[in-house]
Every structure is written in C-alpha cells, then in structure tokens.
Design a protein around this ligand. Structure first.
Ligand SMILES: [Zn+2]
Length: 317
C-alpha cells in the first residue's frame, strides 16, 4: 500500500505517484482475472448442464454439450462433474499479467473432460488478444520487430522476446478470423517436413583480411504444415505453415492454436484430422481442441513397416 507521508518532510512526489499507479494496475489485473475466471466457471456450468449444488441426476440423460471425455469419449453432460481448479500461466495483456485459474471437469469414468472456452480463453493462450491486436497494428505500420519491442517496454508487459514477437507476427499474418464457414475443409492433414538452414552457429572466425566473421552451420528445422482437403471436390490447399525449431508439443500447440483461431473446428465443418502420430503433435492435439476425429496417416504407417521388415516371412511355413 502506498503510504501518504505523515510528516511534512519533502517527499519524491513522482515515486509516490508511480507506486500508487503500480498498485492500482496490479489490483486491476487481479480484478480482470477474477472476472475471466467467473466467465470460465459459467461456461463449465453450461458444459455439465447444471448450476452449482444441483445433483447430476437432475440433468437430462440425453443432454450433450461441447465437452468430451478423453478416456471414454462420452459427450453426456450427466456423466460430467466439476473438479476444482488448476493454476495456469498468467495471461499477458496490455494491462499486465492477469492471474488465472482454470476450472476442470471430470467424467464418471475418471477421465478428464475436454472442452473449449471459445473466445474467452484459448487453450494454452499466453498472450491476450489485445496484445495481438497491438502487434498487428504495428505490423500494419511497418514497424520493425525491434521498434515493437521498444514500444512494448513502455506498456505494463515489458519487452517480449524478439523471437516471440516474430512468431506472433508470423502466425497473425496467416490468421483470417473472418474465414467463411464453407471455407473450412472437412479433412485437415498435419505434417512436418525438415529443411536445412544455414545460420550463424555462435562461433567467430577471421577471414583472409583478418575481419571477424560469424561461422555458419547447418541447422535442421521443421516446417509445420496444415493442409486442408475438401473430399467432395478436388480442392486441396495449404492453409498455413510455420517454421519451428522442433516438433515439440509446445511448437505444435502454437501452430494449431493459430489454425483453430481461424475457425477451423468441428462446429464449422471439420470432421477428420490426419497426422503421423508423432509424440509432440499427438500431445498438442490433446491441448488444442478441434472437436474432430483423428486418424493416423496410412502412408506413415506403411513407411514405418517398410523400415522394419518381419524377421521371418510370415508366408514361409
Ligand atoms: Zn469418461
């Protein structure tokens, strides 16, 4: 609490004022957090089909809302119940870090229930939509990443790493929130191809004239690709791509979030997601919820088998 000086001794008015503003901003962030959490709780009440303190037997047996058990696959609200909260990474907004807690829902079988909070909070979202909008505005004004970082340093969120900014801009450039519902493919194919890049490897050498030069090394990086397939027509096109550093779950989550934010989800017509079953991607698909069936890519399965022929010919009796 900023103290009002009790004596009339000279004080640094500016620092007292700044302390007061800091305190007010912190309170504001907590209030925003509490409001968002209240919204999430309301969404959970909708998913489980009943307000607090109402028994599950009062929920109609056939009621199904947007929620699916990861274990048994059930969508019935009657099987679901509230399961406390889990702390979550704070959300970065232009006001500062907003602390959040995520309400959880459990199924009767013990599995956890997946559902999405819609536009209130995307799974794994760390950067608020207001920050994204600001970054996009700067991008539109052709500000450099460095300038954006300097500007962000004057907000309450401090400088975002250039890399994060760059990734953000890259993703935002491909997002079209006004994507027409009939423009959502029924099949989404996800894959990564690896490419080799030449970039400085951190070592420095001297060239013939004695000048310092960064040594370049070969780095393999994946390009994550999302392809949309419309089986009714012959249409098939790349919806988005993203050059990542690895095929980790975290990288995939960032990429998939962008796709989902474009409206590519079950509600808009997406039915099937085909992928190679890689660990990072599979785990990311548990985090970003598309509300669509998943299938392992036949080509990858065949290729795996091809690499590992059986020790004995099964037909050679
Ligand atoms: Zn279940």
């Amino acid at each position: 609490m900023a103290r009002i000086p009790e004596t009339c001794a000279p004080v640094n008015a500016r620092s007292v004022f700044e302390a007061a503003v800091d305190e007010a901003v912190q309170t504001l962030c907590q209030t925003i957090g509490a409001r968002i959490t209240a919204l999430l709780v309301a969404i959970v009440s909708y998913v489980v089909g009943r307000p607090h303190h109402v028994r599950r037997m009062h929920v109609p047996a056939g009621l199904c809302r947007e929620g699916r058990c990861c274990r048994c696959g059930s969508r019935r609200s009657r099987r679901f119940s509230r399961n406390g909260f889990r702390p979550r990474q704070p959300l970065l907004t232009l006001w500062g870090e907003v602390p959040l807690e995520l309400p959880r829902v459990r199924c009767q079988c013990g599995g956890s229930v997946q559902f999405d909070f819609g536009d209130v909070l995307r799974s794994y979202q760390q950067i608020g939509a207001d920050v994204d909008a600001q970054i996009q505005r700067w991008g539109g004004m052709a500000a450099s990443l460095r300038q954006m970082r300097q500007e962000l340093a004057h907000t309450h969120i401090g400088p975002l790493a250039l890399r994060t900014l760059n990734q953000r801009l890259h993703l935002l450039a491909t997002i079209d929130p006004n994507r027409q519902a009939d423009d959502v493919p029924s099949v989404l194919q996800l894959d990564a191809i690896w490419i080799t890049l030449l970039r400085p490897n951190g070592q420095v050498c001297r060239d013939r004239k004695g000048r310092k030069r960064a040594v370049k090394g070969r780095f393999k990086v994946p390009v994550l690709i999302a392809m949309g397939v419309w089986p009714d027509s012959d249409r098939c096109e790349i919806l988005a791509w993203y050059q990542g550093e690895s095929e980790s779950a975290e990288e995939w989550v960032k990429f998939l979030e962008g796709l989902e934010a474009q409206g590519i989800r079950g509600r808009n017509g997406l039915k099937l997601i085909i992928h190679d079953g890689g660990l990072g991607l599979s785990s990311a698909l548990q985090t970003v919820w598309f509300d669509a069936q998943q299938q392992r890519c036949l080509f990858h399965k065949l290729r795996n088998i091809e690499g590992h022929p059986p020790a004995r010919d099964p037909f050679d009796r």
